[in-house]
Design a binder for this molecule. Structure first.
Ligand code: NAP
Ligand code: G4F
Length: 336
């Protein structure tokens, strides 16, 4: 049985990747942070009590700021594959907490790479490493963006992701580590954090329909993103680690839409005009914006044989339906 270690297992991608790997027979180990409130909501449905069965998802306390703990986790788990998904992943928050974001996103990746390198060397066992790179690294670079596009990051988060990207390339070149970067464009789902713009919109619509919210306050509506479905993207993460040689890949839908277009699609599904509900709050504007992300994932299509299955319209509908059900509404009463 293959063993995987996932940092960030409690996040959106960690939960889908865990489901994906369990379905393929893996034993999945996840690093979780100690929290004063429960933070395992996205993976609770995968939990099997040790006293009642044979769990294949096992959780360990740890943090990317704690290098000793990372080393201990590797020694204990002895994974075949390590997926580094943990991050302070909110771009706007990274302007408020730049040092912390850089430490977890940039230095955290380095700490984990160091632990993997030593573990692989001392025990002479091959370990494959996946780094969760981001289209934010392209920032102001002209679209469409692919593996050859030079990075031009526009936030502390994105700068730190560029550092993590190059640490990963460096450990591949310097130590022969099987280390890969997935450069993933935005991917969403019903499990998306509530403060990212897509989920903020679908959740607000559901609350408006339920009479629990009157207005939706947003920032820049002109920004364009290449939005895909997280469930499709975790398959690409796994495929990246199954190739004969380690490499870096852009993962995207190759389609872009503005925040305004997302609003039109989502409010349109429930036959409402978004202009009646949406107002600008300058607090949601960023000191530097990324205007246009549009991926070119042709390398992944050719080499990984990967294609996204869920398109933009299906994604918006999926997220809206899930939030309406959460809100106690019957989606079929509002949508065609
Ligand atoms: P997410 O939902 O925000 O999840 C982030 C995960 O990281 C959570 O499990 C969180 O734990 C954990 N974490 C945060 N700080 C940590 C720390 N100091 N030590 C250990 N764990 C920590 O993010 P996501 O959307 O699943 O994204 C997964 C990864 O892909 C991230 O690295 C993100 O930057 C990157 N990425 C995401 C996208 C996207 O569109 N979703 C695109 C490109 C790249 P808690 O649950 O305890 O907070
Ligand atoms: O949903 P967002 O916060 O996602 P963003 O900044 O693109 O970052 C996400 O995708 C990256 C991949 O490209 C990941 F690396 C990163 O971890 C994260 O998952 O914002 C999308 C756009 C931005 O242009 C933002 O300015 O929506 C705009 N926006 C407008 N009003 C808003 C809002 N974003 C948020 N979060 N909240 C608003 O009220």
């Amino acid at each position: 049985m293959k063993r995987a270690l996932i940092t960030g297992i409690t996040g959106q991608d960690g939960s889908y990747l865990t489901e994906f790997l369990l379905a393929r027979g893996y034993e999945v180990h996840g690093l979780i942070r100690r929290s004063s409130s429960f933070n395992t909501g996205r993976i609770d449905h995968l939990h099997v009590d040790r006293h009642e069965g044979q769990p294949r998802m096992l959780l360990h306390f740890g943090d990317l700021s704690d290098g000793t703990g990372l080393r201990r986790a590797l020694e204990t788990i002895q994974p075949d594959e390590v997926y580094n998904l943990a991050a302070q992943s909110h771009v706007k928050v990274s302007f408020d907490m730049p040092e912390y974001s850089a430490d977890i996103v940039g230095m955290g990746a380095l700490r984990l790479l160091e632990a993997v390198r030593d573990h692989a060397t001392h025990l002479n066992r091959p370990v494959r490493f996946y780094q969760a790179g981001s289209s934010e690294m392209f920032g102001a670079a002209p679209a469409p963006q692919n593996e050859k596009t030079p990075f031009h990051p526009r936030s502390p988060y994105a700068v730190a992701k560029v550092a993590a990207h190059w640490f990963t390339v460096n450990y591949r070149e310097a130590y022969g580590l099987y280390a890969c970067n997935g450069i993933l464009f935005n991917h969403e789902s019903p499990r998306r954090g509530e403060t990212f713009v897509t989920r903020k919109i679908t959740r607000a619509i559901s609350r408006i329909l339920a009479g629990r919210q009157a207005k939706l306050y947003l920032g820049n509506l002109d920004a364009r993103r290449d939005w895909g479905f997280a469930g499709d993207y975790v398959e690409a993460m796994w495929l990246i680690l199954q190739q004969p040689e380690p490499d870096d890949y852009v993962i995207a839908t190759d389609q872009t839409h503005s925040v305004r277009a997302f609003l039109e699609e989502a409010f349109g599904l429930v036959r409402r005009n978004w202009q009646d509900f949406v107002e600008l709050d300058p607090r949601y504007l960023r000191p530097a914006e990324v205007d246009l992300l549009l991926g070119d994932a042709s390398k992944a299509r050719q080499k990984l044989n990967w294609t996204p299955k869920v398109d933009f319209k299906a994604l918006v509908r999926m997220m809206l339906r899930a939030d309406m059900i959460d809100e106690g509404l019957d989606p079929d009463a509002f949508m065609d």
